[in-house]
Ligand binder design. Structure first.
Ligand code: ATP
Length: 262
């Protein structure tokens, strides 16, 4: 049984039906059927070039499919933390300015800034942030939108090991805390096995999908990831990394600590 459970099966928030994407006479995605339920945490895995980011872009409406349909259950708010964010160096953009683009209540703004560990960065220039700081700011901005679906494309890039473990715990807490579903692209199979309700393995088409514990047995999964690195589920209240986030005495709820200043 997955260490993270999600039992509600109702009308999906979003449904992709028979989606195909073709560019420059190459198939990028073929016949994808995919649905995401409210408050579900789903991870997309697959080798480089498998079409994971493309699938996300179709879902977000950034990219049009050549075939197939995207159905929404209602008018949805989507928030996206991209793999790369490189604003022009000539743009005088402070973290505060970026966050101010999202309108939300002051107490929620305060809570999200605190829990993502960015309070000391508010007057920093976005272009001058470290990779890890930038990821936190982008996550905070995405949450300030109060999305129905939070889409994260490899959000761990640039984070140190402790911050990564904290981010995993934090992300796992988001559906209960803020009512959003989470769709994440990740190459981290440990997260996949410990943090996710459902896994979708993509290699232009959907090779297999299902509960984390069952997907490892699938021949197509094994063909891509091999059989040497099997992960087992722990039933603890953390995501099972060897460097998992330690519970914190000042606030027991999951949060990410600020980066240390040297
Ligand atoms: N607009 C486009 N035009 C042409 N080819 C594209 C376009 N967008 C993506 N591709 C190609 O489609 C393939 C899938 O790209 P995509 O970024 O979706 O893969 P990915 O699974 O996210 O890869 P990674 O794990 O390396 O981030 C790649 O070969 C990429 O070069």
């Amino acid at each position: 049984m997955s260490s993270v459970q999600h039992t509600s099966v109702s009308t999906p928030l979003i449904q992709l039906e028979n989606i195909s994407v073709r560019r420059d006479e190459r198939d990028i995605l073929r016949n994808i059927d995919f649905a995401l339920q409210a408050k579900e945490i789903v991870t997309l895995i697959g080798p480089n070039g498998a079409g994971k980011s493309t699938l996300i872009k179709v879902l977000l409406g950034i990219m049009s499919p050549n075939k197939g349909k995207v159905h929404f259950s209602k008018k949805l708010k989507l928030a996206y933390v991209p793999q790369k964010f490189n604003p022009s160096a000539s743009l005088p953009l402070r973290v505060q300015d970026l966050l101010d683009l999202e309108i939300c209540a002051a107490d929620l703004r305060e809570e999200i800034s605190r829990d993502t560990g960015i309070q000391k960065l508010l007057s920093s220039k976005v272009q001058q942030l470290s990779g890890g700081e930038r990821q936190r700011v982008l996550l905070a901005r995405a949450l300030l939108r109060q999305p129905d679906i939070l889409v994260l494309d490899e959000p761990m890039q640039g984070l140190d090991i402790q911050s990564e473990a904290e981010l995993y715990d934090y992300v796992r807490s988001l559906p209960e805390r803020y009512g959003c579903a989470v769709l994440m692209v990740s190459h981290d199979l440990q997260w996949v096995m410990q943090g996710t309700h459902r896994v979708v393995c993509l290699n232009k088409h959907i090779c297999c999908s299902g509960l984390p514990e069952s997907i490892q047995q699938h021949p197509e999964y094994q063909a891509i990831f091999g059989t040497q690195r099997m992960f087992y589920q722990h039933h603890h209240n953390h995501c099972g990394h060897s460097d998992h986030a330690e519970p914190c005495s000042h606030d027991p709820r999951p949060h990410i600590h600020p980066e240390p200043k040297v």
